[in-house]
Design a protein around this ligand. Structure first.
Ligand code: 5GP
Length: 187
């Protein structure tokens, strides 16, 4: 059975809250949410940071042959709108750093607008080999490092009570993954 980690709305709020002091110290002028998964974490971050929140919408998908992964951009800033970023500190928010492809894409495009500084914030960073790196000088803030497991976010759920019930097994899932990894290391 595929193991899944279920994040609750409360758990998500607490992850953002626990990172909020560091995010405040970075002191962004603007938050940029990467939709769809970054919308709700960004909105919670905005409660702590009290700065404007803008958004882009991108999707990572496999091409038909399944060999390449490409970014599909569903919504982006016009050149005129992007002038707002020049000289500003920008915090880019997504829900998860999996292969890092999405974050690297958004950060690199943001740097073209000449912000003074860019940082990223994700709820979860999966501890795995990444397909891309973030440029030097970009700070990464992470709510929680997590083994390479599929995370189910609460907004994906059709039944939030079932979702929250599954979340009670999260510690067991993490324990089981860590014992599998340990077993693997000994091989
Ligand atoms: P990337 O591989 O570029 O770091 O992540 C691309 C996107 O894949 C994420 O923004 C997210 O929408 C989706 N994704 C990756 N891992 C997970 C996961 O464990 N759970 C969910 N729900 N989405 C994920």
């Amino acid at each position: 059975m595929v193991q899944k980690y279920f994040l609750t709305y409360d758990g998500m709020h607490k992850l953002v809250s626990a990172s909020s002091q560091k995010l405040k110290e970075f002191g962004p002028d603007i938050i940029v949410a990467i939709g769809g998964g970054g919308f709700i974490p960004s909105r919670i971050a905005r409660t702590f940071l009290s700065v404007p929140m803008l958004s882009v919408s991108v999707k990572l998908y496999d091409e038909d042959d399944g060999l390449m992964e490409q970014i599909q951009v569903n919504q982006w800033f016009s050149d005129e709108a992007a002038k707002i970023f020049k000289g500003k500190k920008v915090l880019i928010v997504d829900e998860v750093d999996d292969t890092r492809t999405t974050l690297a894409y958004v950060v690199n495009r943001m740097l073209e607008y000449e912000p003074s500084e860019v940082a990223t914030f994700v709820l979860h960073n999966k501890l795995k080999k990444k397909n891309a790196e973030l440029p030097e000088g970009v700070t990464s803030f992470v709510g929680m490092d997590i083994p390479d497991v599929w995370i189910v976010y609460p907004w994906e759920s059709n039944n939030i009570d079932d979702h929250n019930a599954h979340a009670q097994d999260n510690d067991k899932v993490l324990e089981s993954l860590s014992s599998q990894t340990e077993g693997h290391t000994k091989d």
